[in-house]
Ligand binder design. Structure first.
Ligand code: PLP
Length: 433
């Protein structure tokens, strides 16, 4: 297409860096999600809500490292805290006061969290939370939703794009102990719990489906999950790696549904690799070396610089900051949907608070199935509206996820939101053409 041709022309340096990368990295990258058609843009630097590409373009960053950079890039107070801590020593093989400071913030903010442990990614957080559930309930099975994304450990990769095992490399014995259920469907949940409730150690669920397209769960759905898990002595795990940002106390506080365990990542670690899981004290105590004795080690768990940066990240993400990014998110959803409704394209803009997703689907988009092509942005079979839209946005200086996802960072003002909406208007025209 013309757009692709222009992308190739204007991102020649990125292409040459990609070619170099591909000789030493399979696929030229090291994250499946950032492998972008026709090739990824290489970024040279970033500050606030802007990034400079290796091709010398300045783009407004609406990707924010897949929702991690809630304060944009290199926010000064966070950088200062990280650097100061690092200079005093990092990776000390013994705890520092930073773990307690960050843990206290998580306990204070999130209603479900009595105590917490740190890890290095959301993947590790969900791995350890489900392990806690298995140890606590002495059951082997976990229940998750189709399209639910909880990172890349074996159990949670089952059913991320629908039924069954999409990823060779996951042992079939793991697959056998994971059941998947349709999102946002209380009746389906009732049915599966009636049939197998006594086998489930936990039901792990995102308060909004993130990777599958920023699709909020109804409160009724989450409440049904709460009731059923309680009834069947199974644990409810909210994966708030993405949704923690929707209010000071996360989606659990906003919806008034309190899980047994919660997982965190992305925004809580000063822009450095991080994960955390927390919840009911009696469950978390499986990790108390003198009580439950479930293993949980990690050279970088509670890494001092990560913790020190995380404290500042969370303190900056107060009620006022959240209100403002959420209002910006509302504006994008309303205005882009309005523009799209005047075209012949099937567009549904979803999301909650400061995150959004532009689906090329008729809607309503309520689960993995109705999101349709949302995850296929890198699929080159047939016309691909998401990819065309992405290239159209890139052409207009807006950076977002190729699959149609975007999110707001606190340095953004109405000016950046205006730019996004104007660009979306043009990009939708490109897609129509
Ligand atoms: N859970 C959710 C809801 C996520 O969105 C992600 C990452 O996108 C993860 C878990 C995994 O986190 P990480 O990429 O840090 O392993």
């Amino acid at each position: 297409s013309d757009l692709e041709k222009r992308y190739r022309e204007t991102n020649a340096e990125s292409y040459s860096l990609f070619e170099e990368a591909i000789s030493v990295l399979p696929g030229g990258d090291t994250r499946s999600v950032t492998y972008t058609q026709p090739f990824p843009t290489f970024i040279e630097s970033a500050s606030g809500c802007r990034m400079t590409t290796e091709d010398g373009d300045e783009v407004i960053d609406f990707l924010n490292n897949y929702t991690q950079a809630v304060h944009g890039h290199s926010p000064e107070p966070v950088v200062d805290a990280v650097v100061e801590r690092f200079k005093k020593g990092n990776g000390l093989g013994s705890p520092t006061r930073d773990i307690t400071e960050l843990a206290t913030r998580l306990v204070d903010r999130f209603p479900s969290v009595d105590s917490v442990r740190f890890a290095n990614s959301g993947t590790e957080a969900t791995m350890n939370a489900t392990r806690a559930a298995i140890a606590y309930t002495e059951r082997d099975h976990i229940l998750k939703v189709k399209g639910g994304y909880h990172g890349t450990h074996d159990a949670v990769e089952v059913g991320i794009t629908g039924d069954g095992r999409e990823h060779p490399g996951i042992p079939s014995s793991v697959e056998e102990r994971v059941t998947t259920v349709r999102y946002n469907d209380p009746d389906a949940l009732k049915e599966v719990f009636e049939a197998h409730g006594s086998e489930f150690a936990c039901f792990i669920v995102e308060p909004f489906l993130g990777a599958a397209g920023m699709i909020p769960a109804t409160t009724e759905y989450l409440q049904t999950a709460r009731d059923l898990t309680e009834e069947h002595d199974s644990l409810l795990v909210f994966d708030e790696v993405m949704s923690a940002r929707v209010s000071v106390g996360g989606a659990q506080e906003k919806r008034g549904v309190i899980p047994d365990l919660t997982t965190f990542g992305k925004i809580i670690g000063g822009g450095l690799p991080v994960g955390a899981f927390g919840g009911r004290e009696d469950v978390m105590n499986v990790y108390h070396p003198e009580e439950g004795n479930v293993g949980h080690s990690g050279t970088f768990n509670g890494n001092p610089a990560t913790m020190a940066g995380g404290v500042v990240m969370l303190d900056l993400l107060d009620e006022d900051a959240i209100r403002e990014i959420n209002q910006h998110g509302d504006r994008i959803r309303e205005e882009v949907q309005g523009i799209a409704d005047d075209t012949d394209l099937p567009v549904t803009v979803t999301g909650e608070g400061s995150v959004f997703h532009i689906h090329f689907a008729e809607g309503p988009v309520t689960d993995f199935e109705s999101a349709g092509s949302g995850l296929e942005a890198t699929d080159d079979s047939g016309p691909n509206h998401s990819l065309a839209f992405y290239l159209g946005m890139r052409d207009r200086g807006i950076f977002m996820a190729p699959r149609g996802m975007g999110n707001i960072s606190t340095p953004m003002t109405d000016e950046e939101i205006d730019s996004f909406v104007r660009a979306a208007e043009g990009a939708l025209r490109d897609v129509e053409a």
